[in-house]
Design a protein around this ligand. Structure first.
Ligand SMILES: Cc1cc2nc3c(=O)[nH]c(=O)nc-3n(C[C@H](O)[C@H](O)[C@H](O)COP(=O)(O)OP(=O)(O)OC[C@H]3O[C@@H](n4cnc5c(N)ncnc54)[C@H](O)[C@@H]3O)c2cc1C
Length: 355
């Protein structure tokens, strides 16, 4: 049954695409610096040749390429001390939170920065504060903390679901939301949810703090507006999407432990069958996590029907900028992206009215 409902997303809608894929779906009816098209874009910063030490022999395949003696790790234990270190020796120190992205680079001998500041145990980065109009999530909160938070599950299900399918349990116990944002992979699972929820980041340094709309944070592939002496302290989400219909989908090679080939997070509010507000974002389809503004414009104020769904699908395919890489092809990504938008709208038409 489940297989039947997802099959149309793949080869069936593009006869030239035959790859099998794993998919995860979450549909909720709750109240309340370099990549360009055609180039190889390593997602998550993990290049194909990073994935093991394999060089033709079993002995070599087990070998770490980095030597711990070459690295220095300090644990200041509080935020002011971390910020001082970042300010006093600009670009010399790199924060390490859960280490789930950095240790991949380290073990591959690709972590060029040798001086690391442990921010895992900083209390200011681990809080989740609820206010009447917003929730403020410390950048050091893990996926497990996000999954277990009742208000996040109830009001921000797209984020809770993304947390639940980010890596495995061990990864969810260590990986942090701030690390996912700062790592700035276009394939990261939580980032489309942050786009549709209008997230705002607080960046801190010894110079003070500044607020940045998350939609302006990424400036290119793996590039952000964050300065070398800044940390992401928290992520703020306005509590105004309660009652929206929400739908999310991750399409990867397997059902677990897979990086997305394409992922979608979408929200909409409809009344009497007419779309009042719609928000669609995707990952793995451009150098940065992408909000599909043109597609949203096509849908805004319309009644959902086959013509509107086709127009939205076509617009989404034109709006994205997918590439061929080790995980997929641009053509497959485009076909799946269009189908994901169509699936969201079909579900919105049938389930969204009952939200
Ligand atoms: C086996 C495995 C499976 C994975 N599966 C997925 C997946 O399915 N989906 C997915 O999206 N990701 C996945 N990841 C990637 C990873 O888990 C996430 O990106 C995670 O959120 C990174 O957080 P971290 O705390 O471990 O970051 P770290 O590795 O500690 O740091 C990553 C980068 O962020 C910077 N950084 C960390 N915190 C801050 C901060 N507060 N302010 C400024 N900079 C900061 C660091 O300096 C570094 O550059 C996987 C990783 C592994 C190893």
């Amino acid at each position: 049954m489940w297989r039947r409902t997802v099959r149309h997303l793949h080869a069936g809608n593009d006869p030239c695409v035959g790859a099998s894929a794993g998919e995860k779906t979450g549909a909720y009816a709750v109240r309340h610096s370099r990549g360009t098209r055609g180039q190889s874009l390593p997602l998550h910063g993990v290049h194909a040749h990073f994935r093991s030490g394999y060089e033709g022999s079993a002995a070599k395949s087990c070998k770490m390429r980095a030597d711990p003696a070459d690295y220095k790790l300090v644990s200041p234990g509080n935020l002011p001390a971390v910020l001082s270190l970042l300010a006093n020796e600009p670009a010399q120190w790199l924060p390490i939170a859960g280490g789930t992205d950095m240790m991949v680079l380290y073990s591959a001998g690709k972590l060029s920065n040798r001086r690391l500041i442990n921010i895992w145990n900083i209390p200011e980065l681990r809080q989740i504060e609820v206010f009447p109009d917003r929730i403020c999530i410390g950048a050091g909160c893990t996926y497990t903390a996000l999954r277990r938070h009742d208000l996040i599950s109830a009001e921000f299900p797209l984020l809770a679901t993304a947390a639940s399918w980010t890596g495995g349990i061990a990864n969810q116990n260590r990986g942090t939301l701030g690390g996912n944002i700062a790592n700035a992979s276009p394939a990261a699972d939580s980032l489309p949810a942050l786009l549709v929820y209008d997230a705002e980041l607080t960046l801190v340094s010894v110079r003070g703090e500044r607020r940045v709309d998350y939609r302006n944070f990424h400036t290119g592939y793996k590039q952000t507006v964050m300065a070398a002496d800044e940390l992401i302290r928290d992520i703020s989400l306005p509590r105004r999407f309660y009652g929206y219909f929400s739908h999310t989908r991750k399409v990867g090679a397997r059902n677990a432990q897979a990086i997305s080939k394409v992922c979608l997070a979408a929200l909409a509010e409809i009344s009497s069958g007419t779309i009042r507000d719609v928000r669609i974002a995707m990952g793995s389809v451009a150098p940065v996590p992408l909000r599909l503004h043109e597609t949203e414009r096509v849908l805004s104020g319309k009644k959902i029907g086959p013509t509107v769904i086709d127009a939205a699908r076509n617009c989404a395919v034109k709006e994205i900028r997918p590439i061929d890489d080790i995980r997929s092809t641009a053509r497959y990504r485009a076909a799946v992206a269009g189908n994901l938008v169509a699936e969201f709208l079909e579900k919105l038409a049938t389930e969204g009215a009952h939200v």
